[in-house]
Design a protein around this ligand. Structure first.
Ligand SMILES: Cc1cc2nc3c(=O)[nH]c(=O)nc-3n(C[C@H](O)[C@H](O)[C@H](O)COP(=O)(O)OP(=O)(O)OC[C@H]3O[C@@H](n4cnc5c(N)ncnc54)[C@H](O)[C@@H]3O)c2cc1C
Length: 372
């Protein structure tokens, strides 16, 4: 039996969740934006995410677009001393059954969007309200239109209107820190080179830098920088390069050369949120940042949203109208402990704790794991 499923939000999680088509349901994705912009951001996709992407048929093409170094370095901010080299490349692939990708966020988003037939993503559909009764879910959009579905999934990100409708407004805690980030052509470096991937640890701030293409022709960096007065979480807010360069003036010349070369930078305030106590209400549930927003320190926000997508597809496989609530509850019961744990470890930004978590995080296979 085929269900009609409304997914709110065509971010990485919402697009991956459109995989529900694979199990025979009728999916519609409602996205507020008119078009998808290639915002200057990199993204790491660890083996747990790549296993899901493989199931969506994307591994081969993403391998061609991603940067896959043999290792990633952790360095002291000033001397450059290597404190830990995380082995990647063939070693991580052999151990966890999938590669580790560094790529442009826009390339990942574009690849996910490309496997969804036209008509399934409805743009300029900003959800403003949703309600439900025994027959299903009703969605109301800012343009005055409405839609109905047997069930709905809120994949509408960190400021989720679906979460707020179900569970009320939340109170995130500002960490006092911001992420400066951008991508730019390596050609602007005038011949200066960088490590393929490195995290430079200062006493109270860090910067992560890596290439986002196999040709090493585009560089990405993202920081965690103390800045108590800026509290905007937005992919489009811009930062001041002079303030950024000054904040990293004591860092190693390799870092300073990247900051000197970059032409512009975005800025995202870093908030902490506790795990949402419940995801599902009736026939509506949440996915990705709407229910487990996390600091980017373990690079698992999108990865876990992608895992959610595979698990919810499995839970809804073969499900009819009377089993929707039970299926969504199995999804939540299975996913919440894992994502809550990653949320909590990620916020610590503690290298030793991250090392310990690696095995648990990378070895997970959302297509195979037993759902209890
Ligand atoms: C600085 C930084 C670095 C990061 N690095 C990594 C990394 O390396 N690896 C990783 O895995 N994760 C990383 N993340 C986390 C990752 O970006 C997020 O976890 C991921 O984007 C969440 O995906 P999502 O689909 O849940 O939400 P989003 O990507 O935010 O998508 C939500 C979508 O919903 C739409 N929407 C919102 N409201 C409405 C509405 N009312 N109606 C209709 N549509 C709506 C939005 O327009 C958007 O398209 C990073 C995050 C930050 C801030």
């Amino acid at each position: 039996m085929s269900l009609s499923i409304a997914i709110v939000g065509a971010g990485i999680g919402g697009l991956a969740a459109a995989a529900l088509r694979k199990v025979g349901h009728k999916v519609t994705v409602f996205e507020q934006a008119r078009a998808f912009a290639r915002v200057g951001a990199g993204i790491q996709q660890s083996p747990n995410a790549v296993k899901v992407l493989r199931g969506l048929g994307l591994e081969t093409q993403l391998r061609k677009r991603a940067f896959c170094p043999n290792s990633s370095l952790n360095r002291k901010h000033d001397t450059g001393e290597i404190t830990w080299e995380r082995m990647l490349g063939a070693e991580v692939e052999e151990k966890y059954g999938a590669p580790y990708f560094y790529m442009h966020r826009g390339d990942l988003h574009e690849a996910l969007a490309a496997i969804i037939p036209s008509g399934i993503i409805r743009r300029e559909k900003k959800l403003i309200h949703l309600w439900q009764n025994d027959n299903g879910v009703q969605l109301e959009f800012a343009d005055g239109t409405e839609a109905t579905a047997d069930l709905a999934i809120g994949a509408d990100g960190v400021h989720s209107i679906v979460r707020e409708t179900l569970w009320g407004a939340e109170a995130p805690r500002f960490t006092g820190r911001v992420a400066y980030r951008t991508t730019f052509p390596t050609a602007l470096m005038n011949g200066a080179t960088i490590d393929g991937s490195a995290k430079w640890w200062g006493p109270d701030r860090h910067i992560v830098m890596y290439y986002v293409t196999p040709h090493r022709d585009e560089i990405y960096f993202v920081t965690s920088t103390p800045e108590p007065d800026f509290q905007v979480e937005s992919w489009s807010a811009m930062g001041d390069l002079e303030i950024l360069r000054d904040a990293y003036k004591d860092f190693h010349p390799q870092v300073r050369s990247v900051l000197a070369a970059c032409p512009n930078v975005h800025k995202w305030a870093l908030f902490e949120r506790d795990p949402v106590p419940q995801w599902r209400k009736g026939k509506v549930t949440l996915l990705g940042d709407s229910c487990h927003p996390m600091t980017p320190y373990m690079a698992q926000g999108a990865a876990t949203a992608i895992e959610d997508a595979a698990v919810i597809a499995r839970c809804l496989n073969g499900v009819g109208h009377n089993e929707i609530k039970a299926a969504l509850q199995i999804y939540e019961n299975h996913r919440k402990p894992r994502t809550s744990r990653i949320q909590k470890v990620s916020r610590l930004n503690d290298l030793d704790k991250i090392k310990i978590e690696t095995e648990r995080v990378f070895s997970y296979d959302a297509w195979q794991v037993i759902l209890s």
